[in-house]
Design a protein around this ligand. Structure first.
Ligand SMILES: [Zn+2]
Length: 160
């Protein structure tokens, strides 16, 4: 075992990738007795690693909006959560999904984010662990940046 252990994302060369992108990170069997029951995990990277990162309020707002919108398009979303480095999100889906399928869902959600007006879902004090830390305007700016890359290019993580 090398120094990255079995953490798949530590083996990714973060200097070589070009954000934004959607990367299929892993497919896992839920239970060895049911090999057809798979889940798949994706990196949805917004900011170029070690160069830029999202402000926490924008990241938090995007998390709430992704959780709301993507679940309207598919029942397969298990989780969407921000990366600790604040450069993007992890998406986990039921089933062995393709990056192009995820890229289309993410783009559709971000188009809704850009057009979104009104209260951020789940952002009342009772519903959220840090309800004051949201910024829709900044989230919309980062959504627009992501959308500036055509869908077909999003799945190529090394480009340019
Ligand atoms: Zn929250």
């Amino acid at each position: 075992m090398n120094s990255t252990g079995n953490v798949e994302s530590f083996a990714l060369d973060h200097d070589r990738v070009t954000a934004p992108y959607v990367r299929k990170a892993k497919v896992l069997a839920v239970d060895p007795r049911f090999p057809e029951c798979l889940i798949s995990k994706f990196d949805v990277r917004f900011a170029q690693p070690n160069q830029k990162y999202l402000p926490n309020d924008a990241l938090h707002t995007l998390e709430h909006l992704f959780a709301t919108f993507v679940r309207q398009y598919t029942d397969a979303l298990i989780d969407v959560s921000p990366m600790g480095c604040r450069t993007g999100f992890y998406f986990i889906f039921a089933g062995d999904r393709e990056a192009s399928w995820v890229a289309a869902l993410v783009r559709r959600a971000l188009e809704e984010v850009v057009a979104f007006r009104g209260g951020i879902p789940g952002a009342a004090r009772k519903e959220c662990g840090n309800y004051l830390e949201h910024d829709l305007e900044s989230a919309q700016l980062w959504a627009a940046r992501f959308l500036s890359v055509p869908e077909a290019e999003l799945v190529q993580i090394y480009r340019g």
